[in-house]
Design a protein around this ligand. Structure first.
Ligand SMILES: NC(=O)c1ccc[n+]([C@@H]2O[C@H](COP(=O)([O-])OP(=O)(O)OC[C@H]3O[C@@H](n4cnc5c(N)ncnc54)[C@H](OP(=O)(O)O)[C@@H]3O)[C@@H](O)[C@H]2O)c1
Length: 231
């Protein structure tokens, strides 16, 4: 059993903590920082393993694995104020901040691992890239779906870039809904139609790993048809 501490109790912390609560690691004690009080209270009142610490340093003092889940703009300031100790492990979720930068901000020499968990950790169905490989951190993210160990940080940036197209996915859905509404379809009908259409495409992609992306596209294309034209 490892004690987990979260610095930052925002959207991604909430998703990870809720995922852990339904995972094989549900007994691991979790300490969260008191910021975002409402969210912290909700987690602590619904999940037995969660307690709210008095501040960021108290989270660090009571944890074995520290998860940095704060926004990039304030990360350097927050991390450099904290005193870590030997034997601890840091997992940084801070977008765009290198392992080296975090190591420089942390005065002691302890492992620093970067990870990109996405909101689907909440249902323990996320494949989470981590770099560099670390056995205990792999166990943590395996419990939330699976972990992908990436040895080279420059290769890790490929995963960072890929994770940055999530909003675009929903942007395509919204643009498509706007076309439908502009052509006279009721907004609620467009909504229902597109949730089914895009949701099913996601299911097909997940359920048929033997098909390449090109094959999936071809399977959804009639020769000379509209999909071919739009693509
Ligand atoms: N959301 C995702 O899917 C996702 C995925 C992967 C990585 N990330 C990364 O994870 C980090 C957090 O993202 P998020 O979406 O969870 O952001 P968020 O919802 O904005 O949460 C940020 C949290 O940090 C807290 N905070 C602000 N200043 C703090 C301080 N001085 N000490 C302690 N906590 C402080 C905020 O508290 P207040 O509300 O009180 O200000 C809030 O609880 C970002 O670097 C992001 O790039 C996010």
């Amino acid at each position: 059993v490892k004690r987990l501490g979260f610095i930052g109790t925002g959207a991604i912390t909430s998703a990870i903590v809720k995922g852990l609560a339904i995972s094989g690691l549900r007994d691991w004690p979790i300490s969260v920082s008191p910021r975002s009080r409402e969210r912290a209270d909700e987690l602590a009142s619904t999940i037995p393993a969660v307690s709210i610490a008095t501040g960021n340093q108290a989270v660090v003092d009571s944890s074995d694995i520290l998860i940095l889940a704060i926004r990039p703009q304030i990360a350097a300031e927050v991390i450099s104020d904290l005193r870590f100790r030997d034997g601890q492990i840091i997992v940084s979720l801070v977008a765009g901040m290198s392992v080296k930068t975090v190591e420089t901000l942390v005065a002691v020499q302890i492992p620093v691992i970067r990870a990109i968990p996405l909101p689907s950790v909440e249902t323990c169905s996320c494949a989470t890239p981590i770099t560099p490989h670390h056995h205990e951190i792999a166990i943590l993210f395996d419990a939330l779906g699976s972990s992908i160990s990436v040895e080279d940080e420059s290769r890790f940036d490929g995963y960072v870039a890929a994770s940055a197209v999530m909003a675009t996915y929903f942007g395509i859905v919204k643009t498509t809904a706007d076309w439908m509404v502009a052509s006279g379809v009721e907004s609620a009908d467009a909504d229902r139609y597109l949730r089914s259409l895009f949701g099913n495409l996601g299911d097909i992609m997940r359920e048929q790993p033997q098909l390449t992306f090109d094959q999936l596209r071809q399977n959804h294309t009639t020769c000379g048809g509209l999909n071919e034209l739009v693509f």
